[in-house]
Write a protein that binds this ligand. Structure first.
Ligand code: ADP
Length: 391
């Protein structure tokens, strides 16, 4: 068989054409593989719990690589941006990022070559953007769950702390009730068995019984007040009254206690500031504050000062006592909270300051505390001032 020159040329041509076809097909297959791979990787990010920034970076990096785009930018509707737009792009391909609930933002690819992006590119990027939308929504849900989880953990911690405080409270209250009860029972029994007991001794013992029952009354009233406060049933009888009257009464009442401990108790700067208040509840506030100041002070004294500032009546109760550690300060107004919950050396139930704060808040007022360990504490009460009634 003889080959003619013409036949050789056409065979070469066919070979070349086939080669070109194979190359084009290979390129197309490679491209399809890359596209599938891109969609797969972004699909994977849906399960991988990537952050929203990580999803955006993945989408930009891989899309630019496959489409050979020079740059990309994702703008999310929450105001965040990923990637960057180049100075003067000639071609631009922008598609929305969406999920079942709506639009989340846009992804834009850029290139300097004119008419660079094709309809097939757009189709691919739309598919990518849809996947990205699901991944971003997933991320939002996961973040929401994590946040809720954190909140639950915090609430759980608070409830555990409250539960611990309640247990401490029960043991404190039992102790607080048992001590005066034992004393009352002991002195009453002694009086009963000793028929010959001189009257002055009987009177002294009855005096102790009286004092101890007062302590019981205070504790039981605090507990009742707390339950009223918690159920919102605490009643307030409001009337316009001068603060100085309340302070003078409280100081007079508690000066015996201060004297017993060798402390000074002074009242300064009364300036007839009037407040719309329940006088008994307000007296309870200052009995608690001055009572605590005396209780937690062993040397020096307690100073009660009143002044008016703008439209507020202010009262400071300052002591030179043991002070409160900075770590304890944020908690002392919590109900049941006591600094010395374990070692029971001072009387108390941990209810006083919770009641103080609640009563003041019901009067539109507030209480702040400043304290230094070993130097003393100052509790400052501020209440809205009202004009004195016309005479
Ligand atoms: P308690 O019945 O224990 O006095 P409070 O609610 O009145 O309960 O006070 C809570 C805690 O705050 C106290 O146990 C004490 O540790 C601390 N505290 C209150 N007032 C003072 C003060 N003036 N000086 C030092 N610590 C104080």
């Amino acid at each position: 068989m003889t080959l003619r020159a013409q036949d050789t040329v056409s065979a070469d041509d066919r070979l070349a054409a086939s080669k070109a076809e194979i190359e084009a097909l290979t390129q197309e297959t490679l491209n399809l593989y890359r596209q599938v791979n891109l969609l797969y990787r972004i699909g994977e990010s849906i399960n991988a719990c990537l952050s929203s920034a990580e999803v955006c970076q993945l989408v930009l990096r891989e899309s630019c690589k496959i489409l050979r785009a020079s740059a990309g930018l994702i703008e999310l509707d929450d105001g965040t941006q990923h990637g960057a737009a180049p100075e003067s792009p000639t071609s631009e391909l922008r598609v929305p990022i969406e999920n079942a609930h709506g639009r989340l933002g846009t992804v834009t690819l850029y290139d300097k070559r004119i008419g660079f992006f094709t309809a097939a590119d757009e189709k691919l990027i739309r598919a990518v953007a849809r996947q990205a939308g699901i991944a971003l929504e997933n991320n939002r849900l996961i973040q929401g769950l994590l946040h809720k989880n954190q909140e639950l953990a915090q609430v759980n911690e608070e409830l555990t702390a409250l539960d611990r405080m309640k247990s401490d409270f029960v043991s404190n209250v039992s102790h607080e009730l048992r001590t005066p009860l034992a004393s009352i029972k002991g002195f009453a029994a002694t009086i009963l068995v000793d028929e010959e007991m001189p009257t002055e001794v009987v009177r002294e013992f009855v005096g102790i019984i009286n004092e101890e029952s007062d302590k019981l009354v205070v504790i039981i009233n605090d507990i009742l007040d707390l339950s009223k406060m918690m159920s919102g049933h605490m009643k307030y009888e409001l009337s316009r009254a001068p603060m100085e009257g309340v302070l003078a009464d409280v100081v007079r009442l508690l000066s015996v206690l201060a004297e017993k401990k060798g402390l000074t108790l002074t009242l300064e700067g009364l300036d007839s500031g009037w407040v719309e208040m329940d006088v008994n509840r307000m007296a309870q506030v200052f009995k608690n504050l001055v009572g605590n100041a005396i209780k937690f002070t062993d040397t020096g004294g307690v100073r009660v000062a009143q002044w008016t500032q703008g439209d507020e009546v202010c009262v400071a109760v300052a002591d030179t006592g043991e002070g409160i550690a900075p770590s304890q300060l944020p908690h002392i107004f919590d109900k049941f909270y006591r600094v010395e919950n374990v070692v029971h050396t001072r009387e108390g139930t941990g209810l006083g300051l919770a009641l103080v704060r609640s009563i003041l808040e019901r009067h539109g007022g507030r209480v702040d505390v400043e304290s230094r360990l070993g130097e003393g504490s100052t509790f400052t009460v501020r209440l809205p001032r009202v004009p004195a009634p016309e005479a």
